[in-house]
Design a protein around this ligand. Structure first.
Ligand SMILES: Nc1nc2c(c(=O)[nH]1)N[C@H]1C(S)=C(S)[C@@H](COP(=O)(O)O)O[C@H]1N2
Ligand SMILES: [Mo]
Length: 177
């Protein structure tokens, strides 16, 4: 290879590494549990249509309570907020006989302000179907969420809180066709 050609290859190599490193940076930052931006508004996207929900919007909706055991803190935590099933219903996607075929092949992507994101099956939002349930919590044990922001996604599906998303920024439901 000529010096010029190997220079081009090297430059290309570094460019690829730089792109890889920059796209990994948010994910790596998220894993370090450092100080993160507090969530202030929630973007709910259903079928490609997005709407912004404020804490006041959620406060106007039916409030649910979920008691879960957090194995990290080794204690029961009582969360209050809005069931994801209720958010889907309010957004025009109630879980009915008609919508069931779509919702059974949907997923919900939940992302925090630190770019940490997880995937749930849409079915996990339906307590009647799975025994699981998912909630956008706004309070814990009768007080606000503190550093966990205005919103935190909590679920009953998991034995470890790995899919709970602090500082929840967005919930996106995608139907797979
Ligand atoms: N936004 C956000 N939420 C997150 C994480 C994260 O890095 N960012 N980590 C998850 C993981 S892996 C765990 S175990 C729990 C830990 O939550 P805790 O620090 O409140 O115990 O938060 C989950 N939710
Ligand atoms: Mo974790």
């Amino acid at each position: 290879m000529t010096t010029f050609a190997s220079g081009v290859v090297k430059a290309f190599h570094y460019a690829v590494l730089a792109v890889a490193a920059s796209s990994l940076a948010p994910a790596l930052a998220a894993m370090q549990h450092g100080p993160v931006e507090r969530s202030a508004a929630l973007t709910l996207t259903l079928g490609g249509v997005s709407r912004q929900l404020s804490p006041a919007d959620l406060a106007r909706m039916r409030q649910s309570t979920m008691t879960v055991h957090n194995i990290h803190s080794n204690r029961d935590e009582v969360y209050t907020g809005v069931a994801v099933a209720d958010l889907l219903t309010a957004g025009g996607l109630p879980f009915t006989k008609d919508t069931q075929p779509m919702l059974l092949r949907s997923y919900i992507r939940a992302q925090g302000t630190d770019f940490y994101f997880v995937i749930y099956s849409g079915s996990e939002a339906e307590p009647d179907l799975t025994g699981s349930s998912m909630m956008v919590a706004t309070r814990i044990d009768g007080h606000d969420l503190g550093n966990d922001g205005q919103f935190k996604l909590v679920s009953r599906s998991d034995r470890r809180p790995a899919r709970w998303v602090r500082n929840l920024l967005s919930l996106t439901l995608v139907i797979i066709n």
